[in-house]
Every structure is written in structure tokens, then in C-alpha cells.
Write a protein that binds this ligand. Structure first.
Ligand code: ASP
Ligand code: SER
Ligand code: ZN
Length: 614
């Protein structure tokens, strides 16, 4: 993710023009009041820019210290400054709405005003003390997640270590222990979460939205309902591929563990998939890949270990990729100020994030990096945020954000798609004699599919659940049941042990505990392939898509930069068109990438009863 505060400045910048449904009751000018002028609007934008920058200079540093050193005191500081930010952003949103009927506004003033109206993730009503209460709840949930522990073989173990153990543990009794113990982290958050929903919904209604979910969906330069419909359409494009992968994976798990652990039909047990949330199954590649066609012959994590890479060298390697595209090296302060490995002596939030502390070039990442292939990809992901942030740093402050938040999440993942065998040879990680030949394409694609495709229904489910919660369609008494029902319906997975409303499984996922909207990751799953397909075309690549790497291609780098430096100054279809030539998000590139695998999976699945509904 990109962190909230680096963007609290620019939560605001992230908001995008969409006035659909906006009629801020409390703030709209009365019929008799004079409509404020365009000159007043320009001045308001200039003043708001200065105020937000001033706020962000302090807030981002406090948030950084809190995330990298969790104590009661840093929680206190973070809540306090977060509450100030909420109050400021609500005030600015309401003021922005007073210019709704102002004639003669310039394009940029109109767009920045519209962005300000959408600037907040969790709004609060004006009632004194309520913004403070909301911030206390948010900070407490996030820190509870950061400090959370489960167990492994009875020993207390942090979330970051448990995530890594999920990838490598093959004993179902132990994966069940990891899964079950970690999911206990959610339960204590439930009352805070319920109250947070109440407060933020009231705040959203005060700003003229039905609820917080509707406000989140309004941030995409399109009608909120049209946005939901676009997501549904994309998911429908992807489900046939997911269903084949699910079917094949289930068969392999059944072969390995037997009927008592994993049946041949129905949902898959969530803890057998190599990931705490079953969102990335690449950890069990060795279990799923059939001998022969399925094998690749190397594992990136093993290569990194064999060559003695440490986390810093992994990050340097990631930087090297961006440098090869023509991006300037990361600033010296990046290396001085980032948290690249987990500090030994204090509680921190390990969930990876990228920061732009001064909204110019105080770029940092915060990770608890391990030497494995998942973290190698995550490094490229986080750096993608940092290079994006620096590329748009000459835009007006309120445009320093992604074309939409899905773009921000997609850049680094797009770059990491170029981590192909040929690329690994180029940087000296893979012995040229070990490059898998064309007969191993299925193996390579299967490895990539396990990493990327399960995330498609998963990233859809998280906010489908939250939208239901915010709209009231899902009451607190059904929070956990709804979460697990959606997981079963779309992902075809089930918890290893019975769940009840005494549990709060969503809280065991960082982005729920930390209130980071999640639709962005769904969009990014689609966009990264669109970017990659376009880049490979620009590079003149004619081979199988998944073998293409753009390492060293400065022309592609320059085109990418042209899109990145736009920030959020134009509606996202303009940015997409600039790099890909298309104005539509479309899953066609995903399907083209995996096409040979999909054919192969279909063949393997013959005779199986694919799907999982009973
Ligand atoms: N931090 C990244 C995300 O939340 C990548 C990851 O943690 O998997 O976007
Ligand atoms: N990085 C995001 C997550 O960890 C999306 O994959 O959930
Ligand atoms: Zn990210």
C-alpha cells in the first residue's frame, strides 16, 4: 500500500472529480446568500493548499514515528494529529461545496474543489469531540493489528512471521494453528469497528453521501454506481480463469492431503493455500505444480539466498530496475530514513508501505523485509509508489496523487511482471544454463497465476463486505457471517474451524483494521497487466507476453513517466490513454497473459466437478 498519511495531504489529492450525488446539506449556500466568485474560489484553493501542506509536514512525521515505534504515547500523538486532520478536511470539503454554483471557474479550480470534497477516507461529523473519538478508535485498531500475535507450535509469534510461516508450512494441523491463532487478533477490535462505522457514516451523510462506502466509490471520475458495475464486469471476465485455477489447485491439495483434509469438491480450506487470507497462493507452488510441465527449475527466493542477498541489497536491486528505465536514483535520505527490516526492540507496523513525508522527495519505505520472493515483489510494489510520488511532485499539491488509487497500486506490480528468467540472468541471479525453455512456459504461468489470480476475487470481496457494512445491509450481528459467506461465494474457500459472531475475522486483515479502502487493489490487478501489455508492445516484443521484460528500456520509461507526472490532474481515462492508448479498464490483458495456462488447466480439469457451490 501507499500510506494514508503520506497521502492525507493527499487523501485530498486522491479525491477525484465526481460531483454525482453531492448536496452537502449543512454547507450549501442558502438560496439568498450570494454565490461566491471564481476569484474567491482561486484564493480558497491557494489558502487550502498552504494549510494542508503545513498540516501534513507535522502529521506525516508523527504517523511515521507511530508506525515505526508503537507506544501509548505515539498512539496518543497520532490520534490527536489525525483528529485535527479530519476536522480540517471536513471543513475544507464543506467550504469547497459552497462553490458548487460558482460560474466561470477554471478547469483546475473546479477539479481541485471536487477533489477536496472527496478528500477523506473516514469523515466525522462536526459535533465537538467526535473527530477525536474516531481517531482514537482508528489508531487503536491499527496499533492492535501491529502488535498482534498468534502462535506457532504454541509459541507467541508476530503477524509478519506468521505470514511467512504460512507460505512454507505443510502440516495442516500447524497451518490451522497459525490461521486460527492469528484470526483471534480481530475479535477485540469489533466494538471499535462498530462505533467507527457509526461515526464515519454520520460524517459522510453530513457531506452529502449516503454512507462511507458510497463516498469511497465516488472517487473515480464516474458515477459511483457505474463504478460498482465496472468492477462487476471486470470480475466476471476473470472468474472463469479463477475457477479453473481453483479446481486444479483443489485436486492437487486433495492428492497431497487426502479427503479428510481437503475434499475433491466444494470450497478449499483457507489455511492450505500458503497465505493468511488465501489472497496469493504462490507459497504452495511446489504443492500445485505437477512434475514435468509444471516445474520451473528455480525459485527466486532461493536464488536471492544463494547469492547472499540481504534486504538492503534486495531494495537496491529494485531501485536498479527503475534506474534502468531512466528514473533518477532514490535520494540519500531514502536509505537513511526507511525502515527496511524489523527493529528488534520495539513494536512496529510490519505491513509494507511507501511514504512521501514532505510531498516532494522525502521518500521512504517501511517493511519488515525477509529474503524471499514475496518480499522481492513487494519491494518493487512499494518502490512503484515512491517513483510515482516523485514523478508528480511538481503538480499543485492537490494533484499529487494517482490518476486513481488503483493506478498507484499498479505501477510497482507492473514493473515486477518484468522479473522474468531473462531479467534474472541479466542481473546475475540466475545461471544462463538454468533459464527454463519454452517447454516450461506452463510452469512459469502457473507460478504467476498462483501469485496474481486468487487476489482477483479476494480484492473484490474485501470492499464488497465493507460496502455492505457501511450501507447497513450487513448489521453488526452479521459481520463475521457475511465476511465468510462472501469469501465462500467468490473465493470458494472456507475457514479451517467453525466461526461465529464472537469472532471478527475481517479485523485480522491489515486494511480493515487500518481502514484502507481496498477496491484499489482490485483495479491494480487488472491495470498492471494492461500497463505491461502496452509497455511490451511499445518495446516491440513479439514473443509470449509473460516472457517480456522491459528492463533497460528508456523509451518505455519515458512514456511511463509521462503518465506518472500527470498525477491526478486529469481524469484517469486520460492517464490510461496516455500510456496504453485505451480509455477503458479491461481484463483482456490478464486473459491474454494467462491464455495458454487457461487452456492447459481446462484440459487437466477434465472429469473434475469444478466450482464449489453446493
Ligand atoms: N503493501 C502492499 C499492499 O498492501 C503489498 C503487500 O503487502 O502485499 O499493497
Ligand atoms: N498488498 C495488498 C495486501 O497485502 C494487496 O495485495 O492486501
Ligand atoms: Zn501499495
Amino acid at each position: 500500500m501507499k500510506t494514508i498519511v503520506s497521502t492525507l495531504a493527499l487523501g485530498i489529492a486522491l479525491g477525484l472529480a465526481s460531483t454525482a450525488g453531492l448536496a452537502p446539506a449543512g454547507a450549501a449556500p442558502t438560496a439568498k446568500a450570494a454565490v461566491p466568485t471564481a476569484a474567491e474560489a482561486d484564493k480558497f484553493i491557494a489558502d487550502a493548499t498552504a494549510e494542508v501542506q503545513r498540516y501534513s509536514d507535522t502529521a506525516a512525521r508523527i504517523a511515521w514515528v507511530n508506525a515505526t515505534y508503537i507506544t501509548d504515547d505515539t498512539d496518543w500523538l497520532a490520534s490527536k494529529v489525525d483528529a485535527q486532520g479530519t476536522e480540517m478536511a471536513v471543513r475544507l470539503a464543506k467550504k469547497a461545496a459552497t462553490f458548487n454554483n460558482t460560474p466561470g471557474l477554471s478547469y483546475d479550480t473546479r477539479r481541485q474543489l471536487d477533489g477536496l470534497k472527496l478528500g477523506l477516507t473516514l469523515p466525522a461529523p462536526d459535533t465537538p469531540g467526535v473527530a477525536d473519538e474516531l481517531s482514537t478508535l482508528s489508531t487503536r485498531m491499527k496499533s492492535t493489528y501491529g502488535k498482534g500475535k498468534g502462535t506457532f507450535q504454541g509459541k507467541a509469534t508476530g503477524g509478519n512471521d506468521l505470514e511467512a510461516l504460512m507460505e512454507t508450512t505443510r502440516d495442516p494441523a500447524l497451518t490451522q494453528e497459525i490461521w486460527t491463532s492469528w484470526h483471534k487478533v480481530g475479535a477485540p477490535m469489533r466494538p471499535d469497528f462498530v462505533r467507527m462505522v457509526e461515526i464515519a457514516n454520520q460524517g459522510a451523510r453530513d457531506l452529502g453521501y449516503k454512507d462511507v462506502g458510497a463516498m469511497w466509490r465516488a472517487g473515480y471520475d464516474m458515477d459511483p454506481d457505474a463504478f460498482a458495475a465496472m468492477q462487476n464486469k471486470l470480475l466476471n471476465q476473470l472468474m472463469p480463469l479463477y475457477t479453473e485455477l481453483h479446481c486444479f489447485t483443489r485436486t492437487q491439495l486433495n492428492k497431497k492431503y487426502g479427503d479428510a483434509v481437503q475434499k475433491k469438491t466444494g470450497p478449499i480450506r483457507a489455511d492450505l493455500l500458503g497465505n493468511m487470507w488465501a489472497q496469493d497462493w504462490s507459497g504452495i507452488y511446489d504443492v500445485v505444480a505437477p512434475p514435468g510441465a509444471g516445474t520451473i527449475g528455480y525459485d527466486t527466493g532461493e536464488l536471492l539466498k544463494a547469492k547472499g542477498y540481504d534486504p538492503v541489497k534486495m531494495v537496491k536491486t529494485g531501485e536498479g530496475f527503475y534506474s534502468s528505465l531512466g528514473f533518477a536514483p532514490l535520494p540519500a535520505t531514502f536509505w537513511e530514513r526507511s525502515q527496511i527490516t524489523k527493529p528488534a526492540d520495539r513494536e512496529v507496523i510490519c505491513h509494507a508501505s511507501a511514504w512521501d513525508v514532505d510531498n516532494v522527495d522525502d521518500l521512504r519505505i517501511k517493511m519488515c523485509t525477509k529474503v524471499n520472493s514475496t518480499d522481492f515483489v513487494t519491494i518493487h510494489h512499494e518502490l512503484g509508489h515512491n517513483y510515482y510520488q516523485r514523478a508528480y511532485n511538481k503538480q499543485p499539491l492537490f494533484y499529487r496523487g494517482g490518476a486513481n488509487d488503483g493506478f498507484h497500486e499498479a505501477i510497482g506490480d507492473f514493473v515486477a511482471l518484468s522479473v522474468t528468467p531473462d531479467y534474472l540472468v541479466k542481473i546475475g541471479l540466475l545461471d544462463p544454463a538454468k533459464v527454463p525453455d519454452a517447454s516450461k512456459d506452463i510452469g512459469l504461468l502457473l507460478r504467476q497465476a498462483l501469485e496474481k489470480v486468487p487476489g482477483m476475487p479476494w480484492t473484490y470481496v474485501v470492499d464488497k463486505w465493507r460496502w455492505g457494512v457501511f450501507s447497513g445491509a450487513t448489521p453488526p450481528t452479521a459481520y463475521n457471517a457475511s465476511w465468510n459467506d462472501l469469501r465462500e461465494q467468490y473465493q470458494g474457500i472456507m475457514p479451517p474451524v467453525a466461526r461465529s459472531e464472537a469472532d471478527f475475522d475481517p479485523g485480522a486483515k491489515y486494511h480493515v483494521a487500518a481502514s484502507v479502502p481496498y477496491a484499489r487493489y482490485f483495479l491494480a490487478r487488472v491495470l498492471q497487466f494492461q500497463f505491461y501489455q502496452a509497455a511490451c508492445k511499445q518495446a516491440g516484443w513479439t514473443g509470449p507476453l509473460h516472457r517480456c521484460n522491459i528492463y533497460g528500456n528508456k523509451e518505455v520509461g519515458a512514456k511511463l513517466n509521462a503518465m506518472l507526472e500527470m498525477g491526478s490532474s486529469k481524469p484517469w481515462p486520460d492517464a490510461l490513454e496516455k500510456f496504453t492508448g485505451s480509455r477503458e479498464m479491461d481484463a483482456g490483458a490478464v486473459l491474454a497473459y494467462f491464455a495458454p495456462l487457461q487452456v492447459w488447466l481446462k484440459e487437466q480439469n477434465k472429469g473434475q466437478q469444478c466450482g464449489w457451490s453446493s
